[in-house]
Write a protein that binds this ligand. Structure first.
Ligand SMILES: Cc1cc2nc3c(=O)[nH]c(=O)nc-3n(C[C@H](O)[C@H](O)[C@H](O)COP(=O)(O)OP(=O)(O)OC[C@H]3O[C@@H](n4cnc5c(N)ncnc54)[C@H](O)[C@@H]3O)c2cc1C
Length: 390
């Protein structure tokens, strides 16, 4: 195995069409994403041109209905596409996942008229989305958010600040959760806000440990006027919509994590086949072979777990518990596998000459976003305690 370097991932895909899709994505990744991934991440360059290409190719719309320009693909296929994208560059894989999350509210809870008016452009018209739940003072406790929307006639006025917004400042639309009623989860409503709305502005992007090409910024709403026709769902339904989006979004994060881990394993396999110490390739040492076997096992187990959750979702069955488990397991696995990859490459692994240090920095953020892994454990534990405690 190790003597010949990495082998292509042997994917479980339901149809010939899905196999063709994965081949197309691999070709695009090799041509358009991989060659510049490390240098553009170092430079903090956001690859807007890659997202334009993905949009034009239907890859920003995979799990949504064909009627509105979507790809009508099951989640088990969409997630494996995400995995391929994230393996090449997390900024792209996570970006597609966040865009999909931003479309979820309108696609799932919008009226027929709203969907017909906005979804085609969001799914395949070159637009890029962002999802605004977190705030400076409300992260894990998202239901305590303070951004307020006040209604006068048919217009809402938004005031407040959202924090940590992926695509903040570059997005064309923002799915925003704002308080329209009293305290707690029932006082929150969802809105679809255009990126160029007067009064909406982005702070300077955060200076992050990794994923430097992906802009993460605070978004200020300073008297932003939003017509009631852009309210999504009922007043007070926003938090339920946000949580439903996150159940699906967490599967995206799980798939991205497995992509990053797979990339780290592949790089490690190539390296140990080439590098020689004590007169033999590193691949000959049992201590390292066992490490590689553990890395591969974590990856396969994570992939199987996120696919189990995806197949439940595709079958219309509850999948919230499995989604939290998949996010937790896959992102912890990615952290362990990428850290081991740095170890396997020795001193070279600690330099920017090899991508494994980037993978390790990228894996870390996946344990934090869309509910930290402590929050995932809380979600799983609530499911274990039965329906009353949820
Ligand atoms: C790069 C990046 C991109 C992001 N993109 C987006 C985005 O697009 N949209 C968006 O809305 N948000 C986004 N986020 C925000 C992200 O979802 C939050 O950072 C995350 O939910 C945690 O919130 P916090 O940072 O406020 O941490 P806190 O909630 O303050 O948590 C701090 C620590 O306390 C732990 N903790 C908190 N409560 C408990 C508890 N009850 N029990 C045990 N431990 C607990 C947490 O697990 C964590 O370890 C992004 C964050 C990052 C870093």
């Amino acid at each position: 195995m190790t003597d010949h370097g990495p082998q292509p991932v042997d994917r479980q895909l339901p149809t010939e069409e899905a196999r063709d899709l994965i081949s197309l994505v691999r070709e695009m990744v090799q041509r358009e994403i991989e060659p510049n991934a490390s240098s553009e991440e170092d430079a903090g360059h956001f690859p807007r041109e890659v997202f334009a290409l993905l949009s034009a190719s239907g890859l920003l719309a995979l799990p949504y209905a064909e009627e509105f320009g979507g790809g009508d693909q099951p989640y088990e296929v969409y997630l494996q596409v995400l995995e391929e994208l994230a393996a090449a560059r997390l900024t792209v894989g996570l970006g597609v996942s966040v865009h999909t999350l931003a479309c979820h509210a309108l696609a799932g809870y919008g009226t027929k008229e709203q969907r017909a008016e906005h979804l085609p452009a969001m799914l395949g018209g070159g637009l890029l989305g962002a999802y605004c739940l977190s705030e400076p003072a409300s992260g894990s406790d998202a239901a305590s958010l303070r951004t307020r929307a006040t209604r006068q006639g048919d217009t809402w006025t938004l005031e407040g600040t959202k924090a940590w917004i992926t695509h903040g400042g570059v997005a064309d639309f923002y799915t925003v959760l704002a308080r329209t009623g009293g305290e707690g989860a029932h006082g929150i409503t969802a809105f679809l806000v255009p990126g160029d709305a007067p009064g909406l502005s982005a702070a300077a992007p955060e200076r992050k440990m990794g994923m430097k090409g992906s802009p993460t910024a605070q978004i200020h709403f300073d008297g932003v006027q939003v017509p009631d026709a852009r309210r999504i769902g009922e007043e007070g339904q926003g938090f339920a919509i946000a949580l439903s989006a996150l159940d699906s979004g967490r599967l995206g994060i799980a798939a991205c994590a497995i992509g990053v881990a797979q990339a780290a394993l592949d790089e490690s396999l190539s390296y140990v086949a080439e590098r020689r110490q004590f007169g033999r390739p590193l691949a000959d040492f049992q201590g390292l072979r066992f490490m590689l076997a553990d890395m591969a096992t974590q990856i396969e187990a994570g992939r199987a777990l996120y696919l189990t959750a995806a197949r439940l979702r595709d079958a219309g069955l509850p999948f919230s518990k499995q989604a939290a488990m998949a996010k937790l397991f896959c992102t912890d696995a990615a952290m362990k596998v990428t850290t081991d990859a740095v170890q396997l490459l020795g001193g070279y692994g600690y330099t920017v000459d090899f991508p494994v240090e980037r993978y390790m920095r990228e894996a870390k953020v996946l344990q934090i976003v869309e509910g930290t892994n402590q929050i995932q454990r809380m979600v799983v534990a609530r499911h274990l305690a039965g329906p009353e405690s949820r």
